[in-house]
Design a protein around this ligand. Sequence first.
Ligand code: CUA
Length: 309
Amino acid sequence: MTSLLVPRAASAMAVRVDDLYFALIALCGAVALIVAFLLVYFSVKYRRGSGAARTTPRKTRAIEIAWALSPLVIFFGVFVYAARLYITMEIPPPDALPIYVVAKQWMWKLEHPEGRREIDTLHVPAHRDVQLIMISQDVIHSFYLPAFRLKQDVLPGRYTSLWFRADRTGTYSLRCAEFCGARHAYMGGKVVVMAPQDYARWLRAGTADPLARTGAKLFSSLGCSGCHGPHSSVHAPRLAGVFGGPVPLSDGSVVRADEAYVRDSILLPNKQVVAGYAPIMPSFAGRVDESQIIALVAYIKSLSVEPPR
Ligand code: CUA
């Protein structure tokens, strides 16, 4: 919907959010108007001294049931629509293109798996599901895309995620929507939605290593491969094929190996020890920053989707 009130929606999901938003305004406005009208109407009709009939109408029960039930049905319908929309927005499609976001005072660092990195400008392809995996290096920020009707807090110490599918090419605004310090108001940028072939060309123009390869280099320079490598004599879990699957832990529970699990395993290795292994891994907290962790995560992910490079 285009209007003076909101920027033009750039995704089908944003259109659904608008439909919900304007339906709620219309419904609540209608209810408020009806109540206000009846208030004035009855005040005049039954004012002191008026000759209006004051007997109880015969169909009281029917009236009571009707006015209680009809809003219930209408607003429950709104709830169902909103809940379904919320679930759609919360669960990214499994084949979404991952792009990593690191927030810091006061900029957005954006990292594409193919290796392109950018600051405050995010290039994405149109007509493709894109999932942002986000973390903050300092305080709480909030990634806000008005044209997509999306806003998600970006937290230190924990990944949060957001996904969208842009329908139209163009440039849209990107804001930080959480007060995060002196230059919060300037922490913004833009999202550039490109035609898929333009995006592919833009990606190819980058010269940096793919994230997974950066991660692979870190993996050996930090000494991870000394224990987790294929020729290691240390009794440490092998990492190929781990990502995305279930991991049995020494306390008997099972976790799914997602980005958060890999990050925790690097920084808090004793938190979730894999069943059958001793908690001998040192923590890498303070030795790697969030961008490096993201590269390591991308590397470990790559071991599960393609042969190791
Ligand atoms: Cu970052 Cu406000």
